[in-house]
Design a protein around this ligand. Structure first.
Ligand SMILES: Nc1ncnc2c1ncn2[C@@H]1O[C@H](COP(=O)(O)OP(=O)(O)OP(=O)(O)O)[C@@H](O)[C@H]1O
Length: 813
């Protein structure tokens, strides 16, 4: 008997007694020793790569170096959504992958015909296949013999001529064969095991990604391949595989033939998966703006701390230019620039998500950064607060502006934290970068005495900074109770008009409102007559836990004191309590962070392209899948979009919305933690979906707030109107015919809010019971009430004294 046959029989004898798990451990042992038999079984053959993606070649050659090692090669690209960790858990990956791609899968005729063509053996159907697998899985007997990997050399037939066969040639031979060799049932069982092993191979499925066989489609492809192969394979090839048994060596022998098979038989599936991968490709974002790339742009980075004249200088160039755009992080700032520039005789329009104020003959526009046009040509563009490109939620808007603005000169204003990343981006875009470094006009002095925990030490021109709405009103109440000072308040949930009114009230020296109590919303660019910034505390709730306020933010806020042009010579910064002083000093001493990645988010067109690959996913699932599958360069991160998914989920059951509509609705500015705002958004979307004019469906309060819940109600109502106006600007205006009414209502409510704040002297309530509304910047956050109270010390005056962040978090100790 030939050596090969002996070894086959030997294998066949043992396989029936092998449990599936033992088979796995056997294979594990086998793979550890596989290098030893590679020398006589399978001189590793290069397979045809002329049709393959270069990635395939790279990853395949990587795998060569790992040959005989159990480590799986690095996946060529991120497909976490499909395999969820294929490299580490082959079985679970196999389970996960099965069937997902089956929907709509079209197998070419050649493959479909196989079942009717030249059937030699009778177990090519799925039932038989699963029975065979089951029989292996159900067997409980343990292994009592060694695997074929441990056989003596002289037991083995020489299969070098098979092992070294060119895969294209081998595939050609298989294709041309009418009828394969007739095998005994036991031999067929072995072959089935070999192909079963192949179908479950993490290595093979991973490598197949390089020819765009997705992980979910891989089992189907492997199954078709098995049918094809088994019915057409020649005696020597069959014997060779039987002699190998189910092992990595067999997988590596089969894989190149499998590649040829897939390229011929699954062009549609390959194209579909390639399109999906391509559509989730966010690499090289600078190439998304070919017109901007065709321009010779000069980037001027005005780089320095707060109050150093960066924006002032950039605005000088803006006003000199024939045509300019100013991109602001906040509506409020866009409005300020709009007013300032027009006051200087330079016609300038205003464009924010909520309002369009077109000034006749204006060539300039002040807009919020998300609204910046990448179509228009400008002489000068300003992108203010450029460090926001690292913002986890909104960073993409700054990145887009930097990459896409078509302007001869682009002035970036911001701190140095994103300087490195801007340098890198300019290298990619080929733009000239010119750095202008600035120093603060006035020194910032830290008052070591602090307020010793006593708000009676408040002085005129002080700004107390607190990090939640509740705290702001508590502090205001305490100051007004214990001193003769009156307080203005500024926080993110207030409409820009109200914030502006409060800022003017504070800046105006002729009234009694000489103290400001504000959230970190005060940190961005507002020009305020602040003598001293006092941190009420230096910890804030980040939506998950209470953490120390980051040093960059502390600097930005403290920097508001003593701005050029204000009444006070020096800028002072201190804390309410001595406990915080060290942390404040530490923050102010710290150099700026060096951010290495900028935010990115796909355009609608990219999401639409991606959506084309999946017919049955909801928009939220689509975003999830995109997030899992997208590829990014090392210089970028995908911006967080939890709030978008939240809205997407809420709108899921609304009929009549296209993908485009959903995308737009999900970007509407709404506090996802405000049930009233969410409810109205849902109503707007429902009406829009029914193709009826979207009405505001909300009454107008008659008077200013008399308590905190009425104040909260006004804030919510303003936000609903703000969403309505935003939607009217992002959809066909005919669908939102009550714009004028919404504008009037919003303006009235902003006025009522201003009036309410002047007399507000009540204890703060929370919007959601147990979850007080935080007011930190534009991105509102909430904090768990119970946790917060737990971490504060109640004082006799009813004012809560928070603990030092150093005590709250060991990270800062
Ligand atoms: N050359 C100047 N002449 C007159 N006023 C100036 C000059 N430079 C700056 N200012 C004023 O100084 C204040 C701070 O300037 P600016 O807003 O440009 O600083 P910044 O560095 O951009 O600060 P931030 O980062 O906080 O916005 C502004 O009120 C501005 O009008």
């Amino acid at each position: 008997m030939a050596k090969g046959s002996i070894s086959s029989l030997f294998y066949l004898f043992t396989r029936k007694r092998t449990t599936f798990s033992n088979l796995k451990s056997l294979l594990f042992n086998h793979s550890l020793t596989s290098s030893s038999h590679s020398q006589f079984h399978h001189p590793f053959r290069p397979f045809s790569t002329h049709l393959l993606n270069p990635r395939c070649i790279t990853s395949f050659s990587q795998s060569l170096t790992l040959y005989g090692d159990r480590t799986l090669p690095t996946r060529p690209f991120s497909t976490a959504g499909e395999d969820g960790g294929a490299a580490t858990d082959e079985d679970s990956q196999f389970e996960k992958g099965i069937g997902n791609f089956e929907v709509g899968t079209k197998v070419s005729d050649d493959v479909c015909d196989l079942s009717e063509n030249g059937v030699v053996l009778d177990y090519g159907n799925d039932e038989c296949y699963s029975n065979i697998v089951d029989s292996v899985e159900c067997s409980n007997s343990s292994i009592s013999c060694t695997s074929n990997d441990n056989r003596d050399d002289d037991e083995l037939e020489d299969f070098t001529h098979v092992a070294s066969k060119d895969p294209v040639e081998l595939y050609g031979e298989l294709k041309s064969v009418e009828k394969g060799v007739k095998l005994a049932r036991a031999e067929v069982d072995v072959l089935t095991d070999v192909f079963d092993y192949f179908a479950k191979s993490g290595w093979a499925s991973n490598q197949a990604l390089a020819i765009y066989i997705g992980l979910s489609f891989f089992p189907t492809a492997a199954h078709k391949f098995r049918n094809f192969f088994r019915k057409r394979c020649s005696a020597d090839v069959a014997k060779y595989l039987i002699s190998l048994g189910p092992c990595d060596v067999a997988v590596r022998f089969l894989f190149p033939v499998f590649v040829e098979f897939c390229l011929v038989n699954f062009p549609d599936e390959i194209k579909r998966f390639r399109d999906m991968v391509k559509s989730a490709d966010l690499t090289k974002p600078h190439t998304w703006f070919p017109f901007a790339r065709a321009m010779k742009r000069k980037i001027i980075y005005h780089c320095g701390p707060t109050n150093s004249g960066k924006t002032y200088n950039a605005l000088q160039r803006f006003m000199e230019a024939k045509k300019g755009i100013y991109c602001s992080p906040l509506r409020l700032l866009a409005m300020e620039v709009f007013d300032k520039v027009n006051a200087k005789g330079v016609y300038c329009s205003l464009l924010t998500g909520q309002e369009k104020k077109h000034v006749p003959f204006a060539n300039h526009v002040a807009c919020t950064v998300e609204m910046a046009s990448t179509q228009e040509l400008y002489e000068v563009a300003i992108v203010d607060e450029i460090q926001m490109m690292a913002d986890p939620y909104r960073g993409y808007a700054w990145t887009r502006a930097l990459l896409g603005l078509k302007a001869d000169e682009i002035h970036l204003c911001g701190d140095p934290s994103v300087l490195d990343i801007v340098r890198k981006i300019c290298q990619d875009t080929g733009d000239e970068l010119c750095e202008q470094h600035y120093e603060r006009f006035k020194p910032l002095v830290v008052e070591a005495k602090t307020l010793l925990g006593n708000l009676e030490n408040i002085r005129s021109g002080d700004c107390v900074v607190a990090f939640s709405r509740r705290e702001i009103f508590e502090v205001k109440l305490a100051i007004e109770k214990t001193t003769n000072h009156r307080c203005c308040v500024i926080y993110g949930a207030l409409p820009p008009e109200t914030r502006r009114q409060q800022a003017n009230l504070f800046n105006d020296q002729s009234n009694e409102y000489d103290v400001l109590v504000a959230s970190d919303a005060v940190g961005m660019s507002l020009n305020l007559n602040i003598r001293r910034v006092i941190f009420n505390n230096l910890s804030k709730y980040n939506g998950d836990k209470i953490l120390p306020v980051p040093a960059s933010q502390v600097k930005q806020i403290a920097g508001r004191a003593g701005r050029r042009g204000c009444l006070y010579l020096d800028g002072l910064a201190t804390t309410l309590h001595l406990d915080y002083l060290d942390y404040l000093i530490e923050c102010l001493k710290q150099p700026f962070d060096h951010v290495t990645r900028a935010g990115l988010f796909p355009f609608y067109e990219q999401v639409e392209l991606f959506a084309g690959q999946f017919s049955n996913l909801t928009f939220s699932q689509l975003l999830e899948k995109f997030g899992e599958n997208c590829r990014l360069d090392g210089s970028y991160f995908l911006c967080r979009h939890d709030h978008i998914k939240k809205i997407a989920n809420m709108l899921e059951r609304i009929q009549g919305l296209s993908l485009d509509d959903r995308f737009n609705f999900c970007f509407a500015p709404v506090n996802v933690r405000d049930p009233k705002a969410m409810y109205h958004l849902l109503k707007f979307a429902a009406a829009f979906g029914q193709k009826v004019p979207v009405s505001i469906a909300m009454g107008m309060p008659k008077c200013s707030a008399r308590n905190d819940s009425e104040l909260l109600d006004l804030e919510s109502r303003h936000q609903v109107l703000s969403s309505y106006l935003w939607l009217s600007n992002h959809f066909d205006e005919e669908k939102f015919p009550f714009v004028k009414k919404a504008e009037a209502m919003a303006s009235n409510i902003a006025h009522l809010l201003s009036q309410s704040l002047i007399k507000a002297n009540w204890k703060p309530e929370s919007r959601n019971r147990g979850k007080p509304k935080a007011v930190n910047s534009e991105e509102e956050q909430t904090e768990p009430r119970s946790e917060f109270i737990l971490k504060t010390e109640k004082k006799d005056d009813g004012y809560s004294r928070p603990q030092s962040p150093v005590k709250l978090s060991p990270e800062t100790a």
